[in-house]
Design a protein around this ligand. Sequence first.
Ligand SMILES: *Cc1c(COP(=O)(O)O)cnc(C)c1O
Length: 387
Amino acid sequence: MSDSFLPFALPDIGDDEIAEVVDTLKSGWVTTGPKAKRFESDFAAFLGDRDLHCVAVNSATAGLHLALEALGIGPGDEVITTTHTFTATAEVVRYLGADVRLVDIDARTFNIDPAGIEAVVTQRTKAIIPVHYGGLAADMPAILDVARRHDLKVVEDAAHALPTTSGGALIGTLDSDATVFSFYANKTMTTGEGGMLVTRNASLAERARVMRLHGISRDAFDRFTAKVPSWYYEIIAPGFKYNLTDIAAALGLQQLRKVRLFQQSRQRIAAAYRGALASLPLVLPPEPLPGDMHSWHLFVVRLGDAATIGRDAFIERMFAVGIGCSVHYVPLHLQPYWRDRYGLTPEQFPASQRAYERLVSLPMYSRMSEADVARVATAAQAALAGA
Ligand SMILES: *Cc1c(COP(=O)(O)O)cnc(C)c1O
């Protein structure tokens, strides 16, 4: 093996990020402070909507938890989400003592099936958490319509969806109750660990701000700058420790400036893949609707019916020639905790099950070169050729 390992994902961090972090370290203010605040206002500016409140948190999981908590989700309630996601989407519902109703996906887009949502709504249903799988917008008009008709809240898991659009509007600016982005290491921009809760609802934002830092009614930065005694604070609830540090926010400030360039790189890589893989027995991922943007967080292919090897063998062969692949996801209905709690079987989720058995996430990150794409395609061809 002459080539170096080609990973499945890689953060794109440059000198600007490094300088901003060093500046933070030298400033003396390393935890939540002026840069976290600026990151929130820059994020709102990026989304381009003055009515949005942005609440920086230390993970998307934290943001989803805070959004549901602020919406009053609790024991006895049910929240609907997709089986074809990472466990974080669903586990936050259990943190609050509510229950999860998993729904199958659309076989083409791998996004939650709106008809499947409608089929499991009960008197107990309080909210829907759609996921924009891989960076392709879920069918938000249909989901928001179901939500309106049944008086349900909508919290978008937008961990993959920066920047993604639906009906020409950026995810984060739609008519849902809250949207949560992730800045985990392998996402389209990163703060190492981090997330952003976005909402138009001022009281939801206020509750999330309080609960992200121990239930303190004013956050640390305000305490040290506002004209009240600096030592005084009030605890109004048993809150969490979900604040984003200024070190992480420093990364975020610089990453956010490049996020459109990152998307353009990813889109170019997706197009190059499309050409390079065209003749192989692979089903390529769907394009966004005309006029819409795909973040291309993931480039997920399915082994076609003509493929003579299985998914596991394909990944093994790619790995043997130094190419990292992944699987998004082992669906929740197969995971012991979710399967056993709700007595789930693969037959209840035929589209997700079939997708899971055939899908592979190929390497996708903004710094991939055309040569990297060609190398992946050549390796894929060889892997699929050998029976
Ligand atoms: C990464 C991810 C999360 C969790 O994000 P963190 O920032 O790591 O908490 C949630 N949902 C989906 C779909 C993800 O891919």
